[in-house]
Design a protein. Structure first.
Length: 747
């Protein structure tokens, strides 16, 4: 058997057809877990080994450097050295093109590529030059300029296309000034890498023709995630030979909020007349029951190419549902299920589990509950809850209130929100305080001894008075009320006023921070601000876990492309998944449903769908309605109740938010009812460790931790179950640990 025949023999009938169809425009609709990467690499190998195409005449575009590296590695195993074949992200491809010909646009070929930090600095300089000082306008203009470039629009073209945008004239002026500043610096931002390539092709067609002639076969992965400028570049590259092969899944198009156009994949065969369309519907990842649910959910979308995933895998266990009383109850359920499954199945590891959620604020409850039960976890594609910028910014105020000598926290909170106190002023203050042996907090009340300018002195003094007022307020009020007071007095939330995916997530996070404080105070009567900050430190301490043997916690956006044996999809409540703003926008609602579909299809063997009866939302606890996506899947999740649901349909309305079912639709279901949940959690609650002798943990005592080794106790805080021990470990540093839960013993 020849090498290529051996390769083809490993493909199923659906996969073989597009691999052998090498000429013209070809679209492969590849369902979740259908082996699209194998098809892509097999087709390129077929072109080289069977058709004799030179590697230098082939281009393969992926959307991450990791995917590009893996594809290149696979190809080299099959065909040997791929030589001059271009296998890369589209940004890397554009850099190569621009390094050769960008001088035609007036740039030097040794241009600098600015990252987000560099980009921010340029925008701030532009704002200063133009006399603007509004943070909201700064943020919105950055987003609009980025979107304009992704839509192939110059400043004037953008203004013409969007005449009704608020502050449109100002944003056009900012866009022009930003472009001028970049050009002066001979620099491009990431959006420019694509936009300048597009402009190069438009203004100098001979350059586009060179690449279009060179690359006889164009391949593009994850085509559903392409935006306007990416599509335009791809279209131009295949102009001469017309051989473009794209792979994607319209049902997994979940990046509309950052410019991806689902129309690119839905209209492919209209734009490329005569294009052949193939579907990969056989799934190799999940059980039949999981796929049955996925098909049921996504069938409710109208803007899609009809398809239905199927598999030869076993039926598998039923998809379980769970309703917690609140978000902590929901997270506890996940923790106990993981513990139970691990105890029953020795082949499972923590790395086989994942928890996916629509908004990253939900991770807080899972991180803290997993820590209580000794379950290692890691955040995929993001920061752990208490390490997120907006959370650390707010906590910096609380830390200074609690400990005025904390200079690092002082420097953080004085900078957010912006109050016109520059780095030079703070450097002078810090040098003065260091020489005087006092804290920066104390220093703002002794500014007459410094050479700091009068205006800056006034600002620093007023900030000191502000912190003083926070200290006074915190003495007689709860942590939650103190957080609210800080947010309101500083205008902290105003920086997230513009509606966007990012700002929505940050506001959820801040709401969840208040929830964590409220929950801590409820669980620990008579607690202090110091106690709460200790608990936060304890939660953050688990950030050191980098092991692969840890439960993955991720947003659904970050989870795309991953797979796990056991998956929990959390937060299945209306306003969470689907997100609140999608209710009145059908296109957004369909993207939310695609998110649900992506989450479900990450599961290989077990799937748990969880939600909570109430959640802490934007400063108050709210009763939640189950996600409409659960409603749409009733026939699959609860087949015995299908007839009952039809009779009760008139009692339910999303429009007026009425729900005539006290048990939230789960009381007679095949999944877990709320009554079962309560019993399950009570029966599985770990017994209190009576053997912990808290009085043994004293300053100077040596202890041994299973991970950090031997150390010495340098401080103890709290008492009983709430005892927190500061331990200095050799080579590790100081760790704040719970005497009740930490795996350590007194030596």
């Amino acid at each position: 058997m020849t090498q290529i025949n051996e390769l083809i023999s490993k493909l199923n009938d659906e996969q073989i057809k597009p691999v052998l169809d090498t000429e013209g425009a070809v679209l492969v609709i590849a369902g979740a877990g259908s082996g699209k990467t194998r098809v892509l690499t097999s087709r390129i190998a077929y072109l080289v080994l069977e058709k004799g195409v030179l590697p230098s005449n082939i281009m393969a575009i992926t959307f991450t450097n990791k995917a590009a590296g893996e594809m290149k590695e696979r190809l080299e195993k099959i065909v040997g050295n791929v030589g001059d074949m271009w296998v890369s992200t589209i940004h890397s491809m554009c850099v190569r093109i621009l390094r050769r010909d960008i001088d035609k646009l007036g740039y030097d070929k040794n241009f600098t590529i600015y990252d987000e930090t560099d980009k921010d600095k340029v925008f701030k300089r532009v704002f200063e030059d133009l006399g603007y000082d509004t943070d909201t306008l700064l943020k919105s203009s950055k987003n609009i300029v980025s979107n304009a470039k992704n839509e192939c629009l110059t400043p004037a073209e953008w203004r013409k296309a969007y005449p009704e945008v608020r502050f449109g004239d100002d944003i056009e002026k900012i866009y022009e000034a930003y472009e001028t500043q970049l050009a002066r610096s001979n620099a491009l931002d990431f959006d420019d890498l694509l936009f300048k390539t597009y402009q190069l092709f438009e203004k100098f067609p001979e350059v586009a023709d060179y690449y279009s002639n060179k690359f006889k076969y164009i391949h593009i992965d994850e085509f559903q995630d392409t935006n306007s400028v990416q599509f335009a570049i791809a279209q131009r590259l295949c102009k001469i030979h017309g051989n473009i092969f794209v792979v994607g899944d319209d049902d997994q198009s979940i990046y509309g909020w950052r410019g991806a156009k689902i129309e690119n994949i839905l209209s492919f065969d209209d734009i490329f007349r005569g294009a052949k369309v193939y579907k990969l519907e056989r799934n190799y990842r999940s059980t039949k029951k999981i796929l049955q649910l996925a098909n049921c959910i996504i069938a409710n979308n109208t803007e899609r190419r009809p398809k239905e995933l199927w598999t030869d895998n076993p039926d598998g266990v039923k998809v379980e549902t769970f309703v917690g009383t609140d978000e902590n109850n929901e997270a506890t359920f996940a923790a106990l299920q993981i513990k139970n499954l691990m105890a029953r199945n020795s082949e499972l590891s923590y790395g086989d589990f994942a928890v996916f959620m629509r908004v990253n604020a939900l991770s807080r409850a899972f991180e803290q509950e997993f820590m209580k039960y000794g379950i290692p976890c890691k955040i995929f594609g993001g920061f752990r809850f208490f390490e997120r910028k907006e959370i650390k910014d707010i906590l910096s105020y609380l830390k200074v209130i609690n400990n005025p000598n904390d200079d690092e926290s002082f420097l953080r909170c004085v900078a957010t929100p912006k109050r016109g106190i520059g780095d030079k002023t703070l450097r002078e203050l810090r040098e003065f305080c260091s020489s005087a042996g006092i804290s920066m907090y104390d220093g703002v009340f002794r500014l007459e001894q410094t050479s700091i300018g009068a205006a800056a002195k006034t600002k620093l003094f007023n900030f000191g008075l502000l912190l003083d007022s926070f200290k006074v307020f915190a003495q007689d009020n709860s942590v939650v009320k103190t957080i609210d007071y800080v947010l309101e007095t500083t205008g902290f939330l105003e920086q997230f006023a513009e509606k966007s995916e990012e700002n929505t997530a940050k506001l959820y996070n801040i709401s969840e921070l208040k929830n964590s404080a409220e929950q801590f105070e409820k669980d620990n009567v008579g607690t202090t601000l110091s106690d709460y900050l200790n608990s936060v430190t304890l939660s953050s301490d688990t950030d050191s876990i980098n092991s692969d043997d840890a439960v993955t916690i991720a947003t659904i956006h970050a989870a795309k492309g991953l797979e796990y044996k056991c998956v929990f999809v959390a937060g299945l409540d209306d306003k969470i998944l689907p997100i609140a703003r999608s209710v009145d926008d059908e296109a957004e609602m369909e993207e939310e449903r695609r998110l649900m579909y992506v989450a479900v299809t990450r599961a290989m063997e077990r799937l748990y769908l969880t939600r909570a009866m109430s959640r802490y939302m934007y400063g108050k606890r709210e009763n939640m309605l189950q996600s409409r996506f659960l409603r749409e899947a009733q026939a699959i999740l609860f087949p015995k109740r299908q007839e009952d649901e039809k009779r009760r349909e008139s009692a339910y309305s999303y429009d007026n938010r009425r729900y005539n079912d006290d048990d939230d639709g789960y009381s007679q279901s095949q999944g877990y009812s709320s009554g079962y949940a309560k019993t399950f959690l009570q029966n599985n609650k770990p017994k209190e460790n009576k053997s912990v002798q808290y009085d043994k943990f004293r300053t100077g005592v040596k202890v041994k931790h299973v991970k950090f080794g031997e150390g010495m106790v340098i401080n103890v805080k709290g008492q009983g179950d709430n005892l927190i021990v500061d331990v200095a470990f050799k080579g590790v540093g100081i760790k704040s640990l719970s005497a009740k839960f930490a795996p350590m013993e007194v030596l």
